[in-house]
Design a protein around this ligand. Structure first.
Ligand code: FAD
Length: 565
């Protein structure tokens, strides 16, 4: 059996290695247009920032490793230009010489990835405008940064003394992973960074109130955000620097511009081969990663996958799914019945020592699809036992089915151990866990690592309390509908007040119940919702109608106060 794999990075390389492990006899050809195979895209922003100083560190395995260890016929600088499904052949072009050859296959795997979106904006090809997608891209960025800019326009043509000045201003366009990671790395390299984002928040997959927290954090660390503004074009200024022009009419001067406008599945070959393209613009595959042609498989960023929670077709450009899909395609080619379960979009981004991570569905997606059978909670547990040094709060939002408690999604932010909470929740979600399962999860605990009630348990307990009716909750958008009771200490109110709330500290509540109305619903607030929970329990047992305002003051204003917690 001869298998040709197009694309030698995450999906393609993992498919080639797995296939060889399963089938010693298969002839495996892996073609890659670029100069490298199996390189770490994900490390590229950190090479820009010199956190990964050596380019060589980005190469996970080189072509020779694939040749010697896996007996894979690796061809770099080799582009697949045409598929003839009837003849089962692929045309391959040698990028250096232009020579075209035709290669026959029994099975073909497409893992061409998703190139960056590059709209035809005026001036987009000016020098100093880069993408962060490939190793040559980052090499060019590093050279540009290190070389300094010409002080006067035209000086590059002048053969005598030239004045160079350091580059100091960067404009990053796009507030997704790549834009934010690169923005952080440019800050580390001493740049004054402005990030322009067309949407009203950064990190589009998460909910806006959670994004607000990260926005506050990155701004505190020196990234200036320009939200709700799209880029309209670029101009070269008289002194040789760039001006980034936006749709709102603003102009941002820049010595370097990074385009990070998102990615689009590469379907060129697939379309030529008549393969089915889905409604989201990716190659349509079944759960075995098979296209509508039984001998052609497609994997990675180029394909549409089923959203694990909503069942909708979606595009998920992440290395984890690409690697798993490569493995599944190899399994199926080798005769096994492996299936892709769909993607939860489990993601994490590190920014200035903090992390934001999420899995599953967001509230805004549920709203978009008109799904009302959900509830959400906010909680702010410590990353480990508060008495052990170094504990940091984690802001968590957990979304679950109102009808049966099934976990639907979770988002978390903080400076310590955010990843392990979202990883645990991601696994729970994939196994179809409910919030009642989270209550019972037995997780690692010693004071430096967690708490006897880990944030994951804690989330389950809070959510289960809500569903069992032990702790009715409401949210800030309904805060005007009840009698607001603030159970914090008066000292705390001096820092931040909830307008219109009556203050009875939790310790005095039992003796001051006579001050509270019996004919109105009482909405209870504290800083994070924890004391309000105890107060709500007191009130409910004393015959009042009461609800906890989920997440307390932190969920109302967490952008400004969370990181001070
Ligand atoms: C800067 C950056 C940071 C990232 N960070 C993360 C992260 O932290 N976490 C995460 O989960 N994901 C991250 N990703 C995304 C992750 O890298 C991708 O999801 C993953 O690489 C997709 O694998 P793939 O095989 O589908 O495509 P790719 O890895 O893009 O590989 C496709 C390959 O196919 C080659 N190719 C395309 N067409 C042809 C052709 N016709 N002939 C021959 N070769 C062809 C391309 O040259 C390319 O090398 C990041 C991506 C980038 C760019």
């Amino acid at each position: 059996m001869k298998v040709i794999i197009v694309g030698g990075s995450a999906g393609g390389a993992s498919c080639a290695a797995r296939l060889r492990r399963l089938d010693e006899k298969a002839e495996i050809v892996m073609v890659e247009r670029g100069p490298y195979v199996s390189y770490a895209n994900c490390g590229l922003p950190y090479h820009v920032g010199d956190v990964i100083p050596k380019e060589a560190s980005l190469f996970v395995a080189d072509a020779n490793t694939f040749r010697s260890q896996f007996a894979v016929d690796v061809r770099t600088g080799c582009e697949a230009t045409k598929i003839s499904p009837d003849k089962k052949t692929v045309e391959l072009r040698n990028v250096a010489t232009g020579e075209v050859t035709t290669e026959a296959y029994d099975k073909l795997v497409l893992s061409p990835g998703a190139p960056s979106i590059r709209p035809p904006l005026p001036g987009i090809d000016l020098p100093g405008i880069f993408e962060v997608r490939t190793v040559p891209d980052t090499r060019a960025i590093r050279e540009w940064i290190e070389k300094g800019s010409l002080f006067l326009s035209g000086m590059d043509k002048y053969s005598g003394f030239q004045t160079l000045r350091p580059k100091t201003r960067a404009v990053v366009i796009g507030g997704g992973f790549i834009g934010l990671e690169t923005a952080e790395n440019l800050v580390h390299r001493g740049f004054d960074v402005t990030l322009v984002e067309m949407g009203d928040q950064i990190l589009a997959p998460i909910d806006p109130e959670m994004a607000r927290i990260i926005e506050g954090y990155v701004e505190k660390h020196g990234i200036r955000l320009a939200l709700n503004d799209g880029v309209a074009g670029f101009k070269q200024a008289a002194n040789g620097t760039l001006d980034v022009l936006t749709k709102s009419g603003k102009s941002y001067p820049a010595d370097i511009v990074i385009l990070a406008l998102g990615v689009r599945p590469d379907t060129t070959l697939a379309k030529m081969a008549g393969l089915k393209i889905g409604e989201r613009g990716g190659i349509r595959v079944d759960e075995h990663m098979r296209t509508n042609n039984p001998d052609i498989f497609a994997i990675g960023d180029a394909v549409e996958v089923k959203d694990f929670v909503t069942g909708e077709w979606s595009l998920i450009a992440l290395a984890g799914p690409a690697n798993r899909q490569g493995r599944i395609a190899a399994d199926v080619i080798a005769g096994r019945d492996s299936r892709f379960r769909g993607s939860q979009g489990t993601s994490i981004i590190g920014l200035f020592g903090a992390a934001a991570a999420w899995t599953g569905v967001s509230e805004k997606t549920l709203k978009r699809i008109g799904d009302k059978d959900y509830e959400k909670i906010y909680l702010y547990p410590n990353s480990h036992a508060g008495y052990y040094p170094g504990a940091k709060p984690i802001a968590m939002k957990v979304i679950f089915r109102k009808s049966d408690g099934k976990l639907l999604g979770a988002q978390a932010l903080g400076e310590d151990n955010v990843d392990k909470r979202i990883s645990a929740l991601a696994m729970a979600l994939q196994m179809g866990a409910t919030v009642y399962d989270l209550e019972e999860a037995e997780l690692c605990y010693a004071p430096q690592f967690g708490s006897a009630k880990d944030p994951v348990n804690f989330a389950g307990m809070v959510a289960a309390d809500v569903l069992r009716g032990d702790m009715p909750i409401t949210h800030w958008d309904s805060a005007d509908k009840g009698f607001l009771l603030d159970v914090r200490e008066p000292l705390e109110l001096a820092v931040e007040n909830a307008p219109g709330a009556v203050n009875i500290p939790l310790g005095q509540l039992r003796s001051r119940l006579g001050e509270l109305p019996r004919d109105r619903e009482i909405l209870v607030i504290c800083r994070s919702g924890q004391r309000a929970y105890s107060a709500t329990r007191v009130l409910l047992q004393k015959g009042f109608r009461a609800r906890n305002l989920a997440g307390g003051m932190l969920s109302r204003t967490h952008a400004s106060t969370f990181w001070e917690g």
